[in-house]
Design a protein around this ligand. Structure first.
Ligand SMILES: *[C@@H]1O[C@H](CO)[C@@H](O)[C@H](O)[C@H]1NC(C)=O
Ligand SMILES: *[C@@H]1O[C@H](CO)[C@@H](O)[C@H](O)[C@H]1NC(C)=O
Length: 263
């Protein structure tokens, strides 16, 4: 009864991060970078890394290892993906909301397929697009606001399911020397993320301190108007996701010296 499964697609708004470093959650990681090429890491030509879709295959080839986690270089499992916090703050229009989601556990990232991935060292760009057929999210929420004329206030558990998520990630990179070994690594200086969601189901538990009648109407409303709700929150969510993924991907790239995969 909470589930709304009709498919719709949403327009994408590209949202630029004003200043990447001010928002990025850097991950502290004192593990040394890889010194030998693991079997899952393919190599590409430095002069033309995208030849025959080489970089795309290299990128996709890393996913099973990332999903499992690579403890020796301090890379945590991407499956499930644990995210501390995503905040929302939307002060005008049909949706007024403040608060956020905490302790998110996201299942499904390991099933991502890479639609495209390209590396351009001369233009300092590393871009990729992922398709995630299904994401299941469990989290704590703490929200207060209004949707149209309905008040929404509560905190507790939230379950979400997203279908057919497509995300495009555009980055500006630079080459740096890793601090421990001096190995050349790729560093993401700026990242912007855009996403589209095919369908969303959401269930917020303990809305209005457990008033079941008000809670049921809000949950029904959220599910019936999922596309509008996501559209309203999109700028916040895209910033939040860029913030999280910027740190995660830098943690990965900083431990994968280019000498192992760019020949
Ligand atoms: C990945 O996809 C398969 C096939 O659809 C599914 O059985 C599995 O549960 C998915 N894995 C996760 C972690 O969602
Ligand atoms: C990295 O190290 C190399 C060789 O040690 C040096 O020539 C280069 O200037 C360094 N690059 C940066 C960005 O510090």
């Amino acid at each position: 009864m909470f589930f709304y499964t009709a498919s719709w697609s949403l327009c994408v708004i590209i949202y630029l991060i004003p200043s990447a470093s001010a928002y990025t959650r850097e991950i502290f990681n004192d593990k040394p970078p890889l010194q030998e090429r693991p079997p899952w890491l393919q190599t590409c030509k430095r002069s033309s890394p995208n030849e025959n879709k080489c970089f795309r295959q290299l990128f996709e080839g890393c996913f099973p290892a990332l999903a499992a986690g690579i403890p020796e270089i301090g890379v945590k499992s991407f499956e499930p993906l644990n995210i501390d916090q995503v905040s929302v703050s939307k002060g005008s229009g049909n949706l007024v909301l403040s608060g956020g989601f905490q302790n998110l556990v996201v299942r499904g990232p390991s099933n991502a397929t890479v639609r495209s991935a390209s590396l351009d060292l001369a233009r300092r760009q590393l871009n990729f697009e992922l398709e995630l057929p299904r994401l299941r999210i469990r989290a704590k929420y703490n929200l207060k606001g209004n949707i149209l004329l309905l008040p929404l206030v509560g905190n507790g558990d939230v379950a979400m399911a997203l279908k057919n998520v497509r995300t495009a990630v555009y980055t500006k990179i630079s080459l740096r020397n890793e601090t421990l070994t001096g190995d050349e690594i790729i560093h993401i200086d700026e990242m912007k993320v855009s996403f589209q969601v095919g369908a969303m189901r959401i269930h917020l538990k303990n809305l209005f301190n457990g008033n079941e009648i008000l809670a049921a109407s809000i949950n029904a409303f959220l599910n019936q108007n999922g596309n509008e709700v996501i559209a309203e929150l999109r700028p916040d969510l895209e910033l939040g996701l860029a913030d999280i993924f910027h740190g995660l991907w830098n943690n990965v790239f900083s431990k994968m010296p280019t000498k192992l995969w760019l020949l």
